[in-house]
Design a protein around this ligand. Structure first.
Ligand SMILES: NC(=O)c1ccc[n+]([C@@H]2O[C@H](COP(=O)([O-])OP(=O)(O)OC[C@H]3O[C@@H](n4cnc5c(N)ncnc54)[C@H](O)[C@@H]3O)[C@@H](O)[C@H]2O)c1
Length: 252
């Protein structure tokens, strides 16, 4: 098993990419903190992991709130004694539309949940990881690398995640802590469903797929496998890297 003996926190673990990753990490031998703002989603994932003989504990957290993030890290240390892997994955798309018509509070929420959350997670996790070394994985997006006409705040937040990953990798290298990020492309999750919307769903899905050289949407498990590589010792010489998993979209 590739994560035997490791302890991992996965945020946004109640759904989509985070859910697939929490389950995969547990199957690979990690003890997993399933962290999500939605209590029912997190509970379901913990139950499913436990049923398969894995070790998991639930934390209900809003990753944009300092005291709650500190509580999440404390719960991990108090329950499992250490922290090896922090997967900062929770994210929201925010409203669609022209930047100049957007509301300040929507802009702040997207930046807080997608970017400030990583500052907070790292702020409270790194002092513990310094004792043992570790791996931090941040979920950015292909839209941190290229622009999007529909969700500019989202794109800005994910560009920030990429830049933060690189700087943090340099700050953490002397302590044996690796920091990497993943950039998924369009992946079949509830977030993508909301992004595409109910109206003209089939037509908009076809349009999205037309832009993907591999000719289909990604699956959460395909992103989870990238996170698994970065969490495991197989990536021991990898830090500051930006791993793009987008079916070739940004290669064009
Ligand atoms: N699905 C895609 O096409 C896609 C593409 C690129 C990047 N991403 C990124 O992948 C990550 C996961 O997205 P997903 O597609 O699995 O979405 P999802 O909506 O299926 O899952 C996100 C999870 O995060 C939780 N969450 C939301 N706000 C939170 C908060 N403040 N605190 C704690 N938990 C919170 C939600 O409850 C949900 O369970 C996000 O960062 C997203 O931006 C997704």
């Amino acid at each position: 098993m590739r994560l035997n003996g490791k302890v991992a926190i996965v945020t946004g673990a109640g759904s989509g990419i985070g859910e697939a990753t929490a389950k995969l990490f547990a199957e690979e031998g990690a003890k997993v903190v399933v962290a999500d703002i939605e209590p029912n989603l997190g509970r379901k994932v913990v139950e499913q992991i436990s049923k398969k003989g894995g070790a998991a504990v639930q934390v209900v957290v809003d990753v944009s709130k300092a005291d709650e993030v500190k509580g999440m890290i404390d719960k991990c240390i108090n329950t499992f004694g250490k922290l090896d892997v922090l997967f900062n994955n929770a994210g929201i798309e925010g409203p669609e539309g022209p930047l100049w018509e957007g509301e300040e509070e929507d802009w702040n929420r997207v930046i807080d949940v997608n970017l400030k959350s990583i500052f907070l997670g790292c702020k409270y996790a790194i002092p513990h990881m310094m004792r043992t070394g570790g791996s931090i994985i941040n979920t950015a997006s292909e839209l941190g690398l290229v622009g999007t006409p529909s969700h500019p705040a989202y794109s800005a937040s994910k560009g920030g995640v990429i830049a933060l990953t690189r700087s943090l990798a340099l700050q953490c290298a002397p302590y044996g802590i690796r920091v990497n990020c993943i950039c998924p492309g369009a992946t079949e999750t509830p977030l993508l469903k909301r992004w595409i919307g109910e109206k003209q769903k089939n037509e908009r899905t076809r349009e999205v797929i037309k832009e993907i050289p591999l000719g289909r949407l990604g699956k959460p498990i395909e992103i989870a496998h990238a996170a698994l590589y970065l969490a495991s010792d197989e990536s021991s010489f990898t830090t500051g890297s930006i791993l793009v998993i987008d079916g070739g979209s940004t290669a064009q």
